[in-house]
Design a protein around this ligand. Structure first.
Ligand SMILES: [Zn+2]
Length: 459
């Protein structure tokens, strides 16, 4: 039913007359595409000239590369934007990574235009000294593959040159939904194979992947395959709540329910296989011929506001654990871990590495909810924790199995507490004081009986 409604909307909107293109724009702000049948038609040749100009004119922030070639041999340009004079963020930590692609479907011009506009917005704003753009590019790498299907784009068709729907050709439950033209096998097409190779080689650590299309004005999060909410529903729902409260009332839904069941999409692959928080961003289908960057920016202004919000806040789109208390007594360890991120994690563990670099203790897995804290207690004798060692926290960035593991040093000194005495006393890290050793030995037998038990509480 929803499919039928979507198709009707597309047909109606396609017949709306396009706005007239203004004339007399300065060459530096001109839109490179040609108007074709009232479409926003950016040809691959025009894109090629433009992205090369960007790289020539802004080598400080534009690093132009290729993800591979289309079936007909057209280069799949990737515009990489960051302040390349900085290897890391100003605070010394690794930059956040954002991956964006456009143009899976060659006749969805506004989706491709949104990918183009996202790159151009940051280049222009950086050149004008815009503080938001400078902050983003000092702290983030944006990897933008603007036109994934140049062969289809240039002949105004949804399919690639082999008549394959590229957004059904990914290796995630490929060809398991009623769908047409998914290709002869997953990644049978050079465009999708190149895109996944790029993801796996250059942006495995991305904390945002947005794939841009045109049809019905909506943002779709996983899954397309299933009607169920994804494991990281808290993250997607949190983003929806904030977007609706502060940026735009664009509908944001699970793809299967928001549009229709679809399998083998780049969105489900990006989330289910790569572990990225992923959105399909669909612009509406009201055709429009931009004469310049400025009027394209106005046409897609609200969509760009959403993109800027997602990019500005990319730091939050994962779990970010922070040990806030670590207390060791004779036979147990209690820790309170806060999550600064908006994604939950279920596979966190604390480990102790001794002075020789050996992991001598690992806690069982525990969970920490998004923007929340967990206090967990483990049964373990304090004798495990010898002098001169260090603590690590291991966890996955998100709940989805595919998400990347983080292994971080805990910058927090534990307190040692004698839980046998009344009120307890702080022993400091000197567990080798004879009294402590004796108490620790007493504690071992209790630990032997209780080991394996984990008491967990979540606030
Ligand atoms: Zn599409």
């Amino acid at each position: 039913m929803r499919v039928a409604v979507g198709l009707v909307v597309c047909i109606v909107l396609a017949s709306v007359p396009a706005a007239a293109a203004p004339s007399g724009e300065a060459p530096s702000s001109a839109w490179p595409g040609d108007p074709v049948d009232s479409h926003v038609h950016l040809t691959w040749a025009a894109l090629t000239l433009d992205v090369n100009d960007w790289a020539d004119e802004h080598p400080d922030i534009v690093d132009l590369t290729s993800a591979g070639s289309s079936e007909l041999g057209k280069t799949l340009w990737v515009v990489r934007l960051s302040d390349w004079s900085l290897e890391t963020k100003p605070n010394g930590t690794a930059k956040e990574i954002v991956y964006i692609d456009g143009g899976h479907h060659g006749n969805e011009y506004l989706g491709t235009a949104l990918a183009y506009l996202t790159a151009k917005w940051y280049i222009n704003a950086w050149s004008e000294g815009d503080e938001e753009a400078i902050t983003v590019l000092q702290n983030t790498e944006l990897h933008i593959l603007i036109m994934l299907n140049p062969d289809g784009n240039d002949i105004d068709t949804r399919w690639n040159v082999n008549q394959v729907d590229l957004n059904r050709n990914y290796n995630h439950y490929w060809n398991t939904c009623p769908t047409t033209q998914p290709g002869s096998s997953a990644f049978s097409e050079s465009e999708t194979a190149s895109n996944s190779a790029y993801m796996n080689e250059f942006v495995t650590d991305a904390d945002l992947y947005v794939t841009m299309h045109t049809g019905v004005w909506i943002m779709l999060y996983p899954w397309g395959k299933w009607a169920d909410q994804p494991p990281d529903w808290e993250l997607f729902w949190g983003i929806r709540e904030e977007v609706h409260a502060t940026v735009s009332d664009i509908p944001i839904q699970n793809a299967n329910q928001g549009l229709y069941p679809n399998c083998g999409t780049s969105r489900d692959y990006g989330y289910g296989v790569m572990g990225f928080p992923t959105f399909t961003f669909e612009t509406d289908d009201e055709q429009f011929v931009p004469g310049s960057f400025e009027n394209l920016n106005e046409r897609l202004g609200e969509e760009m506001d959403v993109m800027r919000y997602l990019i500005n806040k990319v730091w939050y789109w994962r779990a970010r654990l922070d040990v806030q208390a670590l207390e060791i007594s004779q036979d147990s360890l209690e820790t309170t871990v806060f999550n600064h991120g908006m994604a939950s994690t279920t596979n966190a563990s604390l480990e102790y590495i001794d002075a020789n670099g050996d992991v001598v203790w690992s806690s069982p897995f525990f969970g920490v909810n998004a923007t929340n804290s967990s206090t967990v207690q483990f049964t373990v004798p304090s004798s495990k924790f010898t002098d001169g060692g260090s603590w690590n926290l291991n966890y996955q960035k998100r709940v989805i199995n595919a998400s990347v593991w983080v292994n971080e040093t805990v910058d927090f000194q534990p307190s040692f507490i004698d839980d046998a005495g009344e009120g307890g006393f702080l022993l400091g890290f000197g567990v080798f004081n004879p009294v402590t050793s004796l108490l620790a030995m007493v504690g071992v037998s209790a630990w032997m009986q209780r080991r394996g038990t984990v008491e967990e509480s979540t606030e």
